[in-house]
Structures are given as C-alpha cells and as structure tokens.
Design a protein around this ligand. Structure first.
Ligand code: KIV
Length: 289
C-alpha cells in the first residue's frame, strides 16, 4: 500500500484556497512516524542531515547513498504526508542526464514522492528535464546551503533591490520549468511576500517572513536537539536536548548505585530450576537452604 495521502495537487491547491502549508524535516523512522502523527503536509528528508545528524560542518559531503538510506527509514514510518528527498550536492550539478538518473534513484530506491534541488535560473533546464521525466520537483532559492560559501556564508539573501530582483527571477524561472513548489530561505520578509505573489506555485518559507504560502523548519532546530548554532529564523518549541540529557544522567546514576535494573525489569527463574542448576554446577547452597 502506498504511504501517500497528501498529493502534489493538494499542495498546489492549498495556495489557491489560502491554506498555509506545514513542512518539517525528518531523517529516520521515529521522526517520520511523529511528523505523520502531527499531521504535517510535507516531510523533507533534507541534506541538513549532514549537519544535524552526521555532525558535519555543512551539507556538501552528503552523498546519494546517505540520502537513500535515510529516505527509506523515513518512508517506513511516515504515512500521510508528501515525502520529498533532497538531491545532494553534485548529484544534479554535472549533467542533466546524471541529474535525471539521481532524481529517479531517490524515488525508486528511497521511495519518496518528489525531489528537491537548490538553484534558480541557472538550474531551470535541469529542473525542466527532471520534471519532463515524470519526477515531481520542489525548487530551493534564496540562501542555498550547498553553495553557502559562494554566497558569503549562511547569511540573509536579497538584501538590495538588484539581488532581490534576481530571487524573483529565480522563482519565475523555476515555475516556468515546472516545479510544484519552491522553498525560499533567509530573505527579508517583504521580499518573501513579493516572491509568493510573483508565482502561482506555493512558496514555502524558512526565514522568509509570514506572508508566504507555508513554513518549513529543520525539526532538530525547532525541538532544540541541535543547538550548535540557532539561526535567527528558528523558533525553538522545546529544548528536547535537556530532557534527553537528564534521562541519560539519571540512568547513569541508577546503574552506578544499583537502582537499575529493579525486580520489575528483571526476568525470574523458578526456585527449583535455580536449585537444580546450582547442583549441576556443583555450587554449594549456603547453610539452611
Ligand atoms: O536540507 C534541508 O533541511 C533544507 C531545509 C532547510 C529546507 O533544505
């Protein structure tokens, strides 16, 4: 049975109905399950995986194999939301043929419903070819983490009028190339509003203000599991790291103090079987037993 309930059409229609889209990231089975249970529209297996799960400094070293491994785990748990697999750096940058091949692998081997790649005008022909091959694609513009160093780091984009205009042109090029939605990252809120008004496809913001068609956050940022750095646009809904740390420290103390395992966590053996075993092993019973 397919895991899919939310369709590409649902995502596209949400904008026209004025319904905000809710999108989060997930990288494994339990988070896939929880995202579905929470009723989000879209789950992205993002290449942010490299930073928040693998402990890398950026996303550049993430490979197709990493992505397929994690997409599979999410797909096993996530029933309902549309699942998007991120195309890692250099899986779509060298040739259109390779881009189509790799996008197809994420669907066929990973089991996701759609793919995402970073880039605007410069990648329009690649996007068009992937979509023509029958693979639904989400664009990603503004701050594009795979090429963050070329953009001057993890910084807000579209600061001046010329740069802002280029971002609107990126969005239009992606729409013309056939994307079903666009991620817009780290731009001034008024620009977010203009980009959303410039295209018919939903624009899902991450640090793009409230006047876009939906929001996405990296789940590990939002729940306070990853706090190496916290971007300005992240709202921490909980600090789950503190809860986990307390549990680990409590467990450590219990083991050292022999408070764990208690009788309720231990398996029993009948007195007769124990006595017989001791006899077999020639273990003397203490006096009186
Ligand atoms: O990889 C990722 O998690 C992303 C989100 C920031 C949209 O691309």
């Amino acid at each position: 049975m397919s895991h899919q309930n939310v369709t590409i059409l649902d995502i596209q229609q949400a904008k026209h109905k004025g319904r905000k889209l809710v999108m989060v990231t997930a990288y494994d089975y339990p988070f896939g399950l929880m995202a579905a249970e929470a009723g989000v529209d879209i789950v992205l297996v993002g290449d942010s995986l490299g930073m928040v799960v693998m402990g890398l400094d950026g996303t550049v070293a993430v490979t197709m194999e990493h992505m397929i491994h994690h997409i599979r785990a999410v797909v096993r748990g996530c029933r309902g939301p549309l699942i998007i697999g991120d195309m890692p750096f250099m899986s779509y940058n060298t040739s259109i043929r390779e881009a189509i091949h790799n996008a197809g692998r994420l669907l066929k081997e990973g089991g996701c419903d759609a793919v995402k790649l970073e880039g605007g005008v410069d990648f329009a022909s690649t996007v068009e070819a992937i979509v023509k091959a029958g693979i639904p694609l989400q664009g990603h513009i503004g701050l594009t983490p795979q090429t963050a160093s070329a953009l001057g780091g993890f910084k807000m984009q579209g600061r001046d009028a010329a740069a802002a205009k280029r971002i609107i042109e990126d969005a239009r090029a992606l729409e013309n190339a056939g994307v079903f939605s666009i991620i817009l990252e780290a731009v001034p809120a008024p620009l977010g509003k203009l980009v959303a008004a410039s295209v018919r496809v939903p624009v899902i913001g991450i640090g793009a203000g409230v006047d876009v068609d939906g929001q996405v956050l990296v789940t590990h940022d939002m729940i306070g599991l990853f706090d190496k750095f916290i971007p300005k646009f992240v709202k921490q809904y909980t600090r789950i790291r503190t809860v986990i740390l307390e549990a680990l420290e409590h467990y450590k103390a219990d083991v050292i103090d022999e408070n764990f395992p208690g009788p309720e966590h231990s398996f029993k053996m009948s007195d007769a079987a124990l006595a017989e075993l001791k006899k077999m092993l020639d273990i003397a019973e203490p006096d009186g037993n």
